[in-house]
Design a protein around this ligand. Structure first.
Ligand SMILES: [Zn+2]
Length: 300
């Protein structure tokens, strides 16, 4: 059966059938002002001009003379039995489903209702019904999820970037992909700094010759082996040589940096896994009275 509903925005009254209202939970779009509203809450008595204009192609309602059968739905019940009733407009196929009927009305009347997916034709969200506002809220939720995912991914990438040396050392299969990433990002995979994987062995300190040089400096020769006990390359450390007197008090302390005893390519490659590197350094010192010495490795 046909009902009538009034657009709350422009107050145009349109015919509507109960099936149309059921199709989209009552949501309809005004063909005149495009306003979307709940047609069920705006049901009204069809005005006389609609009822009295059977020849009009836009409305063409026909009063129903014979009594209605059992009520099809609660929407039928909303309209009092004594209100005028309307049948399908002329030209509309008799057994169209609701969606087809809507399309037909849209085509023949220009004005009227459409029930195309509202999200695709959504009007201003401010005057959208709660159903549409809920959909806007849920798309906002999706945006949040995407934003959180992007932030998490970028945080993860930063962590990988900072820890790239350790990652490449700990998981050799990652080394290739990390190096490719570094080619793009303009970084490089350096040997990891890990003092715990380094041993200083066979240390020896001797004076060279028995005379001081012209400036009264004595030449010392430090020899040692630097051993990597780990399964991956480790960055060469700097060394600190401390000379102590008989009482154990440090008298000379000398830092030896990697550039003092290694070439650039050796520094870049690091000390290979399970390998050792002999170091021999000639140093000058003001005093050879040192009774003892020790060497420690460190990263500056
Ligand atoms: Zn309207």
């Amino acid at each position: 059966m046909l009902l009538a509903t009034r657009c709350p925005n422009c107050h145009t009254v349109f015919r509507v059938v109960a099936d149309q209202l059921k199709l989209r939970n009552g949501l309809v779009r005004c063909g005149t002002c495009q306003h979307v509203f709940d047609g069920r809450t705006e049901l009204c008595a069809p005005p006389e001009e609609i009822a009295d204009a059977p020849s009009s192609p836009t409305v063409a309602p026909t009063p129903v003379s014979k009594p209605q059968g059992p009520r099809a739905s609660i929407y039928d019940a909303i309209v009092a039995d004594d209100e005028p009733r309307f049948t399908t407009p002329p030209g509309a196929p008799a057994n169209l489903d609701a969606a087809a009927l809507l399309r037909h009305e849209d085509k023949t009347r220009g004005g009227g209702f459409t029930s195309a997916p509202l999200s695709a034709r959504a009007a201003d969200p401010a005057d959208a019904p709660p159903w549409l506002r809920n959909s806007a809220r849920s798309s906002k939720g999706v945006l949040w999820v995407v934003a959180v995912a992007v932030l998490t991914l970028s945080a993860l990438l930063q962590l990988v970037w900072w820890q790239r040396d350790a990652l490449a050392a700990q998981w050799p299969p990652l080394r290739g992909p990390l190096m490719q990433l570094c080619q793009i990002a303009g970084c490089r995979i350096a040997p990891v700094r890990q003092l715990s994987g380094l041993n200083i062995e066979s240390t020896n300190l001797a004076t060279e010759g028995d005379d001081s040089d012209a400036q009264g400096q004595h030449l010392l020769v430090l020899t040692l082996f630097l051993r990597n006990t780990s399964d991956h390359a480790i960055a060469y450390p700097a060394l600190e040589l401390t000379l102590m007197d008989a009482s154990g008090t440090p008298v000379v302390r000398r830092d030896i940096h990697v550039t003092d005893y290694l070439s650039d390519s050796e520094i870049a490659a690091g000390l290979a896994a399970r390998s050792e590197h002999p170091i021999r350094l000639r140093l000058s010192a003001h005093s050879t009275t040192a009774a003892n010495y020790h060497v420690v490795a460190f990263y500056p």
